[in-house]
Design a protein around this ligand. Structure first.
Ligand code: GLC
Length: 496
């Protein structure tokens, strides 16, 4: 049997994304199709979506119900990309729901004026629309519904609660990419958004006096997954559970952590045209030296022999980039340089910009979401910071390792699961090659702990053979989607 999987996500890489969710939905759907599944991904057609040239529009409209009233429906169009087909017989289709009134705007979740005020309605329509689209595409609908993050929680709720027995019997997998965003609405949302009041109970939708969509979807889904085994354990604790730890513990038996992969074809230093030089493991010493010099010049950093540190990140509390600011003086004093790339919270952006002004030529900041520059960072820095306070999986540390940068991470979530600590023993001596591991790991996210590993990075950098060995271990690691996709396929089998 070739299972028909419907994936629903607010972000899909190459079309529209702000972070790792888009990368994962794109790469996972392709990996599943490569293994033989029939996958359909549904996402909105935003004003900012970059459509490829070859698309076609479905004839007619899909009618999407979003409220209880007879007139509470929207009429959307469907734009479909070219299907990706695989030798296995599997295929992946991508359908975009076109409702310009809701999605034809200059942002995914908000624009220059802030978050959109109607995101609940927008993603309710995305979710319900996805079910309608799949029902039109496939006789009998999908075999499995796989919904991602709070935006797609509506698909779980509508299928299980309001669309009748046919949909209520469909197996649902719900993936948590980030428990910090739960979709918390006032109870008026129930009547507005076609959610039944009978489900407004503490076991399902009610949480601390509000509607909590993440709670409802995790309560009703047949399986809950999250994006690393360590994060799956962490979210059961008060420290990382964002108020839902007790609820998730009650559903622990259906929770599993499956580590994300990365698209190793898209992210490959041997072929990446964004880089100043392409290189493989054997040529990494020379190739990366050229990438480093070119990158420093590109962002206005002084040339120099000291280590270059970098980060590419959404600038939010989660990511801990603010914790690096007190370290900049120490790094510069020891002859290091730093490049930070990202965008997000206005106050973190301003702090970083101010830090760059304090250390001209030594600290550079680019407030941007710039994928080609990100790749030049992975290929050009010696050390790549991911100092997260929590991290469901994290992808940049894997991209960095693949490009031969040594990650400096905190010991949380997917960082714990993907970075092997480099033994920190000093004086291993040149050429002894006794150090193992792929990155430097701080036990937790605070300035002191990060300072300690940053100083260890200077030691490592000064030991050429040890540095080369660490780089080789990092580049040799495989983060392919093959194993995780097999885990998802087994999970789908277990519910169908
Ligand atoms: C979210 C998480 C990140 C994860 C990504 C993809 O952005 O914060 O840790 O890697 O989703 O699953």
């Amino acid at each position: 049997m070739r299972p028909r999987i419907l994936m629903i996500s607010s972000e899909v890489e190459s079309l529209a994304r702000t972070g790792g969710l888009g990368d994962v939905v794109d790469a996972l759907s392709l990996a599943l199709a490569e293994r033989g599944a029939q996958v359909m991904v549904v996402t909105p057609l935003y004003g900012v979506t970059r459509l490829p040239r070859a698309t076609h529009r479905w004839p007619g409209e899909v009618v999407v119900r979003w409220g209880w009233g007879p007139a509470d429906v929207r009429h959307g169009g469907v734009v479909e990309l070219e299907t990706s087909r695989f030798d296995s017989g599997g295929s992946r289709r991508v359908c975009l729901l076109d409702d310009p009134g809701l999605f034809g705007r200059a942002g995914i979740y908000g624009d220059a004026a802030g978050a959109f005020g109607d995101n609940d309605l927008r993603f309710a329509v995305m979710s319900r629309g996805a079910l309608e689209i799949a029902a039109r595409a496939w006789d009998g609908g999908p075999d499995v519904i796989h919904a991602h993050d709070w935006h797609a929680t509506f698909a779980v709720l509508y299928a299980k609660l309001v669309m009748g027995e046919h949909w209520a019997n469909k197996p649902v997998v719900f993936t948590i990419h980030n428990l910090a965003f739960q979709g918390v609405l006032d109870d008026g949302a129930l009547d507005r958004l076609h959610l039944p009041r009978v489900a407004y109970v503490p076991e399902i939708l009610r949480h601390e006096g509000n509607v909590n969509l993440m709670k409802g979807a995790t309560a009703l889904a047949d399986r809950i997954t999250t994006v690393s085994p360590t994060y799956a354990r962490e979210i059961l604790t008060p420290e990382f559970g964002f108020g839902l730890d007790l609820h998730l513990r009650a559903h622990q038996s259906k929770l599993v952590g499956i580590i994300n992969g990365i698209d190793e074809t898209l992210f490959d230093p041997r072929t990446d045209v964004a880089l100043a030089a392409q290189y493989d493991l054997a040529g990494a010493g020379l190739g990366r030296a050229e990438c480093k010099d070119t990158l420093a010049a590109e962002v206005g950093l002084d040339a120099g022999a000291g280590p270059l540190f970098g980060a590419v990140s959404r600038l939010t509390w989660q990511k801990g980039i603010d914790l690096l600011i007190p370290l900049l003086g120490d790094i510069v004093e020891r002859g290091g340089r730093v490049l930070l790339v990202g965008q997000g919270d206005a106050d973190i952006e301003a702090e970083l910009a101010a830090a760059a002004r304090r250390f001209p030529g030594r600290v550079a900041v680019r407030i941007a979401f710039d994928p080609p520059l990100s790749r030049r960072v992975y290929s050009g820095v010696d050390f790549f910071f991911v100092p997260s306070r929590f991290e469901p999986c994290g992808l940049t540390q894997m991209y960095a390792m693949r490009y031969g940068a040594i990650p400096i991470v905190t010991d949380v979530g997917g960082l714990h699961d993907t970075v092997e600590p480099i033994t920190s023993e000093r004086g291993t001596g040149r050429g002894t090659g006794t150090r193992t591991g792929t990155g430097l790991v701080a036990p937790w996210a605070d300035v002191e702990a990060l300072k300690k590993v940053t100083l260890a990075a200077f030691d490592l950098h000064a030991d050429g053979p040890a540095m080369a060995a660490a780089r080789a271990s990092a580049m040799r690691k495989s983060f392919s989607w093959a194993a995780p996709a097999a885990d998802y396929a087994a999970l789908y089998r277990s519910v169908t």
